[in-house]
Design a protein around this ligand. Sequence first.
Ligand code: G3P
Ligand code: MG
Length: 238
Amino acid sequence: MLALALVRWPYPRIVAHRGGGSLAPENTLAAIRLAASLGFRGVEFDVMLAGDGTPVLIHDETLERTTGVKGEVAVTPYRELEKLDIPRFQDAARLCRELGVWANVEIKPAQGHSRATGEAVAGMASELWRGAPLQPVLSSFSSVALEAARAAARELPRGLLVDEVPADWLGQLRALDCVALHCNQRHLGEHEARAIKKAGYGLLCWTVNDPVAARRLLGWGTDCLVTDALKLIGPVFK
Ligand code: G3P
Ligand code: MG
């Protein structure tokens, strides 16, 4: 049976990008804590597999930009990543539950690891959020990762991440049994936004840092804005 149509968006409307937007080091526990302390009820973060298969929070396939150390995530065991303050997914999930913060978990596979990442993240998320009042939404640019996530944890809602909305967005959402489309706000038009909502799907836009754009997108029926500008967007639209 298809998961399909959200009658209404049950998740927070404004979500902090990479944990704490531009106010904290990205994809860290400190970032999630900061977002919660500012009153954010939702965060987005990226999850990749370390060399030993441990799901960790990181955006890039390489370590250098965020840690200053050379290396590739996919071949580095967690015991080394831990020294660089890269958190495990399980620790971020527990923190979100403790703080009462909803999570949009972006499955961010390193090249060649799409299936394994989707499977591991979904399987772990299913355990970590068992009995939670609000389940996380798993999203990915990778259709292979989303298929693997569905197979591992069919009950968890999924969002298809895209840069530009593809012409066959409806076919892709149906094929992957997703509840929402997560798109780059730069390329979204009103006609597409309204069509996605009319079809009964959730619509999330990233990364929305301008209050004028935020107002416009919400006016088109967009359900959720992911932002780096926590102090600018958060207080106005929460
Ligand atoms: O999930 C929305 C957004 O995070 C996608 O882009 O590159 O920041 O992970 P990126
Ligand atoms: Mg992301």
